[in-house]
Design a protein around this ligand. Structure first.
Ligand code: G3P
Ligand code: CA
Length: 394
């Protein structure tokens, strides 16, 4: 995949989007059907395979910016994924973690130098600047920067341009783009470090439910998945009245921090057993595993054979949306790389097709356009003449 071609297409977005809009309008009902996710207790599975714009289009723009989310939608993502953390004044904003030194220019603001600190973040000493020490107004004086400048040098072009968005800005954006593109752009918010923020006196859960209520999105059939790497807060969200689809995130190693904090010995490995999956299905619609839990790699780094996770999750009535698919060689299995340059794009479409054929129900990707292509290839669609429509029933 030639990134210059992608960027050229992006620059021409308003014109390029026009013919696309007509074709995707026809796909609306299919998406609507697909968006009627299973019940909280693990009911019917989605009929469509979802492309989820991971942190927006973070392969092409600094993550968690409105520019990144908008681009993901325009490239065909069905959902955009904001990770959520609170500000000092209790506003949900979009960042991958509380610490903002890695993704903003806060270090260049001398007025905030005194706020640098070391905090224990889920048991890990972390030094930097933290959202809970900034009001929304203060965060708005900062600008985003690329997290991975060595890998994504092209994205540094945008350093210093974009604000940290509030969650409500993402909801406004998705409403506007849904109208313009003629298809519903879903939102897939993740509650980040719930235990940490609860202890800081800034719990995320009620704020999230209130916001979804305010936007009319706290509905079972809404195009919303709420996700968390912790377990307790997902159950708590249900008690607070959350009615949307819910996804339990999983990891290839370690344990949910809420369990660690409570002295509960269960790990993610326990959660992915058939019994563990049945327990998750009591409150969640699906799981978001590390992709290596679906198809691990061989000792030589090549792509291995699928585990039983797809079968086991489906047997429990859960959909699977693994993370994170990235096109650069450095993130790909050894046998899916092209050339020797770590940051060049490899056979990312082929990698995603392998996972889609293993039966996953959606995928988180930094490059939504590649996810859309892979979905079409996996479905056997002819794509010789044009980029496939953003959403296709599969
Ligand atoms: O939420 C799915 C995926 O985003 C989980 O990983 O660390 O990128 O939030 P992370
Ligand atoms: Ca996430």
């Amino acid at each position: 995949m030639d990134r210059r071609r992608v960027l050229t297409a992006i620059a021409a977005t308003p014109l390029a989007a026009a013919p696309l809009a007509a074709s995707v309008a026809a796909a609306g009902p299919a998406l609507a059907a697909g968006t009627a996710a299973g019940t909280a207790a693990g009911g019917e599975r989605r009929r469509s395979t979802l492309v989820i714009g991971h942190r927006g289009a973070s392969g092409y723009r600094p993550e968690h910016t409105l520019a990144s989310y908008e681009l993901a939608a325009r490239l065909g993502a069905d959902f955009v994924e904001p990770d959520l953390v609170p500000t000092k004044d209790g506003v949900l904003v979009c960042r991958h973690e509380p610490e903002i030194g890695g993704t903003t220019n806060v270090a260049d603001h001398p007025e905030f130098a005194g706020r640098k600190k070391t905090a224990s973040l889920d048991g890990v000493a972390t030094t930097g600047w933290f959202t809970e020490d900034f009001t929304l107004a203060e965060l708005k004086t900062l600008r985003a920067k690329e997290r991975l400048p060595e890998v994504r040098q092209e994205n540094t072009l945008y350093d210093g341009l974009f604000e940290i968005p509030a969650f409500t800005e993402v909801l406004d954006l998705r409403a506007r783009l849904s109208k313009e593109l003629g298809r519903e752009i879903g939102v897939y918010p993740e509650t980040k470090h719930p235990t940490y923020f609860a202890k800081a006196g800034l719990p995320l859960e009620q704020r999230l439910v209130d916001t979804l209520n305010r936007y009319g999105l706290n509905r079972r059939e809404a195009a919303v998945f709420v996700q968390s790497f912790e377990t307790t807060n997902l159950a708590q969200l249900r008690k607070l009245g959350l009615r949307t689809s819910v996804v339990q995130l999983l990891s290839a190693e370690g344990a949910p921090f809420d369990l660690v904090d409570a002295g509960d010995k269960r790990t993610y490995a326990d959660l992915v057993t058939p019994a563990g999956l049945r327990a998750i299905a009591a409150y969640a619609t699906g799981i978001g595993p590390d992709k290596l839990q679906v198809i691990p790699r061989n000792p030589d780094g090549s792509l291995g054979r699928a585990t039983s996770l797809v079968t086991d999750a489906h047997a429990a009535g859960l959909v699977l949306h693994p993370y994170t698919f990235r096109a650069e060689n450095t993130f790909l299995p050894a046998d899916y790389r092209r050339g020797t340059a770590a940051n060049d794009f490899g056979r990312a479409i082929d990698e995603q097709v392998a996972y889609l054929r293993a039966g996953i129900d959606g995928l988180f990707t930094d490059q939504a356009d590649i996810g859309v292509l892979a979905r079409a290839v996996a479905a056997g669609q002819s794509i010789g003449a044009a980029q496939p429509a953003p959403h296709s029933a599969t």
